[in-house]
Design a protein around this ligand. Structure first.
Ligand SMILES: C[S@@+](CC[C@H](N)C(=O)[O-])C[C@H]1O[C@@H](n2cnc3c(N)ncnc32)[C@H](O)[C@@H]1O
Length: 210
């Protein structure tokens, strides 16, 4: 999706692993099963799929992705991803608002600047932009909850206000996510909890297809 990230990754891979042939694909990971190299026989090789940098939350349905899109994987193949951990149980919405660092709705000034940029550039007639984190509707992977960065845009000339979803974050309960994925045939074989300031607010998980 991001051509510049893909180019940077390609250059890095060629420099770091010069003896390995590298291919890049500019496409959606939702279309993985349509890519010939994903379904061709593997001749005894096993693949490691990696989805880092909090990319998992870009899936609108994480469990269906593992069950359906990754049905092109063979037993023993690996999937590595990282996640942000839930700060409170998903069912306790008031507690989430209290415990989560973005539960107060405030975005960092740098994020406000970044996310309001496209609106300032492309939303003609925009007068004033207000950005806030809103707790997303309940649902999704058991134990998980999300926040949406919502922009409310006041328009000039009495036109109705507009509302845009600019960004999403999602926090997961690693144990409940791991249980849900195990039910779909993806067993957690390694989990590392880590994070800044000694707080383990992130987790790295390695799964193996059964
Ligand atoms: C949070 S960034 C992480 C990027 C990189 N993995 C890293 O760790 O720096 C998420 C990336 O996923 C890409 N992305 C989102 N949806 C995608 C899709 N359906 N197919 C492929 N890439 C997608 C975005 O364009 C973005 O580059």
């Amino acid at each position: 999706m991001s051509h510049s990230l893909l180019n940077a990754a390609y250059r890095h891979c060629c420099e770091t692993l010069p003896d390995i042939r590298t291919y890049t694909i500019h496409g959606s990971f939702l279309d993985l099963p349509k890519l010939p190299m994903m379904v061709n026989p593997l001749r005894g090789r096993s693949r490691l799929f990696a989805m880092l940098g909090g990319t998992l939350l870009n899936l609108s349905d994480e469990l269906r992705f593992f069950r359906d899109t990754l049905s092109c994987c063979e037993p023993d193949e690996l999937f590595l991803f990282d996640l942000q951990s839930a700060r409170a149980p998903a069912s306790e919405r008031q507690k989430i608002l209290k415990m989560d660092p973005i539960g107060n709705g405030k975005l960092r000034p740098t994020h406000v600047n970044w996310l309001s940029g496209p609106i300032r550039r492309y939303c003609q007639g925009a007068e004033d932009i207000e950005l806030r984190w809103e707790l997303a509707p309940p649902g999704g992977v058991p134990g998980s909850y999300g926040f949406d960065a919502i922009a409310r845009v006041k328009m000039r000339d009495g036109r109705p206000d507009r509302r845009f979803l600019m960004w999403r974050v999602r926090r997961y309960d690693p144990k409940l996510l791991s249980d849900s994925l195990a039910e779909l045939g993806w067993k957690t074989i390694e989990r590392i909890d880590y994070g800044p300031d000694g707080k383990k607010t992130l987790a790295l998980m390695l799964l193996q297809k059964q």
